[in-house]
Every structure is written in C-alpha cells, then in structure tokens.
Design a protein around this ligand. Structure first.
Ligand code: IMP
Ligand code: MG
Length: 185
C-alpha cells in the first residue's frame, strides 16, 4: 500500500517491520510464561490490531479478556482519574495477568489500570505495550514487553486513533499537526 491518506505526513513503522517485531514479542512472551496460562488483558480499543496479531505468535495456551476505560486526563491537565466503562468478564485473583496496551504516553492510564487490577490480587501482573512514547512519561510504568519506542509525535494506525479515525491503517503513521492542532490528545 503506497497511498497515504490525507493527514499522514510520514509512515513511521511499516507493516513488515511491525509483523517482524510482533513475531519476536510472541516468542519472548511464550518463553516468559512457559508452563503457565497467562490471561491477556487488552485495553480497548487501541490494543485490538496489535493483540490479534500478537496472540497468533504465542505458542503457549493463553486466555483473553478486555477492559475499556474513559480517562479524564487531557494534554494540559494530565490526571490519574479514569472510569472503567467495560470491566473484565473474568476474575483475575491468582492469575498471571499480562496487560496489553496500544501505546503508553504519560503512563496515567496504565498506572490507573495497574492499581485497579493489583487490588484484585492477581498472582502476577506485567505490561506489554505495542508503542512506548517515553519522552512524555509522567508516571513510571514497568514495561516488560515493548514493541517499539516512538518519538513525541501524534501517531495513528494499527489500532491507534485520532478522534476514532485511522485505526485501520496497517502501519504506524505520523499525523500532521494541521489535523491534530494544539489539542491533539
Ligand atoms: P497515557 O497518557 O499513557 O495515559 O495514554 C492515554 C491514551 O492516550 C493512550 O492509551 C492512547 O489512547 C492515547 N494516546 C497517547 N498518545 C497517542 C498517540 O500518539 N496516538 C494515538 N493515541 C495516543
Ligand atoms: Mg484514542
């Protein structure tokens, strides 16, 4: 696919690079959880394309569940406040939980989720994020599995959106500042 939709200024990570890295992550996760059956908890909706490709590269048994939350943070007022809009279906007490994120930016969302899930007494909890925008981190998040580090630009595609659009792009693209404006988050 060579045509970029309007607003995409650059393809940052192409689909071949993504699929190669996801194969590696699948191997890393399979080795780390050998002889266990982890519960993969996807954070909707940004995780969806990444998680569906990732699980196909994992060779041990896994279970999948999903959680969705609405954050009250914005670019000028990051806060840890969030509300769960769709909770897990299953009980995680005693389970090996692997949280699957599309992107970790300030870390506020992941921090809130980790606190919330830890209170349910899982046996272990680790974080796997497709993208890590570490230059903007406010809260330290222990990341065990990371797809790619990305620069401090607004990126879309492969599940990540701007105002719900662009999630279906099969690559990670940089969105033009003319589209995001100042209030890009
Ligand atoms: P946090 O700042 O780590 O809490 O991230 C909050 C959420 O902002 C992420 O889960 C994404 O949904 C969104 N987000 C942050 N940076 C980007 C980006 O570059 N593109 C698309 N969504 C982003
Ligand atoms: Mg979004």
């Amino acid at each position: 696919m060579s045509d970029k939709p309007e607003g995409i200024v650059e393809i940052l990570i192409d689909r071949e690079t993504i699929s190669g890295r996801i194969e590696e992550l699948g191997r890393e996760i399979s080795a780390a959880y050998k002889d266990r059956t982890p519960l993969l908890v996807g954070v909707l909706k940004g995780c969806v394309l990444f998680m569906s490709d990732l699980v196909k590269e994992i060779t041990i048994p896994v279970e999948m569940d999903f959680i969705s939350l609405m954050s009250y943070a914005d670019a000028h007022r990051p806060s840890g406040a969030a509300r769960i809009t769709k909770d897990l279906d299953c009980v995680i007490e005693g389970r090996d939980v692997l949280l699957i994120e599309g992107i970790i930016d300030t870390g506020m969302t992941a921090g809130y989720l980790l606190r919330n899930l830890e209170a349910r007494r899982p046996k272990s909890i680790r974080v796997c994020t497709f993208l890590d925008k570490e230059a903007r981190r406010i809260l330290r998040i222990p990341i065990t599995f990371r797809g790619f580090k990305v620069p401090d630009r607004f990126v879309v595609g492969y599940g990540l959106d701007f105002r719900q659009l662009y999630r279906n792009l099969p690559y990670i693209g940089i969105l033009s500042d003319a589209i995001t404006g100042l209030n890009r988050y």
